[in-house]
Design a protein around this ligand. Structure first.
Ligand SMILES: NC(=O)c1ccc[n+]([C@@H]2O[C@H](COP(=O)([O-])OP(=O)(O)OC[C@H]3O[C@@H](n4cnc5c(N)ncnc54)[C@H](OP(=O)(O)O)[C@@H]3O)[C@@H](O)[C@H]2O)c1
Length: 273
């Protein structure tokens, strides 16, 4: 096999670009050791110009030239892309899919029996190297490939293994989709601040630093969020009034239902081809 590149990336959109950026910054690979593909000529040109990597619009060329390929196309594009590359996918190939919902059984159907498969669920803060990526390797996956997957995704944040593939849908609902829950909460706080008299600038600044400070506090103290919330909620105080309202409105249940909706959607994406 002509493995001229260390890593191939098929579908270098937002997540693919985050990986390119992180990999180059971490020095795990050099720019000329990455070969990335996208659909449009404009996109591949941009990637080539910005990162100095090799690019192509031919996914088969990526598979022929790379032993390790990250599949970062949208779930609905997975079957079409895999049909193109399957003829050359052999036992020497490792495919790492980050597509939501598409499980190893489905990937096997698309790519055949020969290649090695790993699933990873990263999340959006990967674009600023603050992501968290959950990695699923089958039980028979040689340790060196599992480690390599960790190395790749450590370039854009933290990594963690999951042993039961069924949990990948929940992971998708929690951390894969999770940044949007935090954005929604911040959006609501900022909007309320403005509505009740603060300037846009002030409402945004207070919201951002409150979110960053609270998240950092959970990190630094190691305490459960519930305990920190209880500590700050003195009886009959202002936080107590706010928390009572959230309880009455089913805030916790609503978040649970949102995570469940995303988890169910991952299952639907799996069966969309
Ligand atoms: N974004 C997230 O927060 C997140 C989190 C976890 C997992 N994921 C998963 O990551 C994957 C990518 O998401 P994304 O947000 O990066 O999407 P995206 O920005 O839309 O990127 C998809 C890329 O695929 C390219 N593409 C489409 N069809 C192709 C084809 N036939 N051959 C080669 N490339 C093709 C597109 O090229 P053009 O740009 O030229 O159209 C685009 O650059 C998805 O499967 C998603 O489930 C995303």
């Amino acid at each position: 096999m002509n493995n001229r590149y260390i890593i191939g990336i098929i579908g270098a959109g937002n997540m693919g670009e985050a990986l390119i950026k992180g990999l180059l910054k971490s020095n795990l690979v050099r720019s000329y050791e990455i070969l990335a593909s996208a659909k449009s000529a404009k996109r591949v040109k941009f990637l080539e110009k910005t990162y100095g990597i090799h690019t192509t619009r031919d996914n088969l060329a990526v598979t022929k030239a790379c032993d390790t390929t990250i599949l970062s196309i949208k779930p609905q594009d997975m079957s079409g892309v895999c049909a193109d590359i399957k003829p050359v996918a052999d036992i020497n190939h490792l495919f790492i899919s980050i597509a939501a919902g598409i499980d190893c059984t489905k990937l096997r159907q698309f790519l055949g029996k020969k290649p090695k498969l790993i699933r990873v669920m990263p999340n959006l803060p990967s674009v600023i190297d603050q992501g968290v990526s959950v990695i699923y390797c089958g039980a028979k996956m040689p340790e060196r490939y599992r480690r390599f997957a960790h190395q790749i995704f450590q370039a854009v944040g933290q990594t963690v293994d999951v042993r039961d593939e069924k949990l990948m849908d929940v992971v998708t609902g929690l951390s894969g989709t999770g940044p949007a829950y935090i954005f929604a909460l911040m959006e609501a706080m900022e909007t309320a601040g403005k509505k009740f008299g603060l300037s846009q600038k002030m409402a945004r600044m207070l919201t951002i630093q409150t979110a960053v400070g609270a998240a950092e506090m959970v990190c630094q103290t190691g305490l459960p969020p519930e305990e920190l919330r209880n500590r700050v909620t003195s009886k009959k105080g202002t936080t107590w009034a706010a928390m009572n309202h959230l309880k009455d409105r089913g805030f916790w249940k609503t978040i649970e239902e949102a995570i469940l909706a995303a988890t169910k959607r991952a299952k639907v994406l799996r069966n969309m081809d």
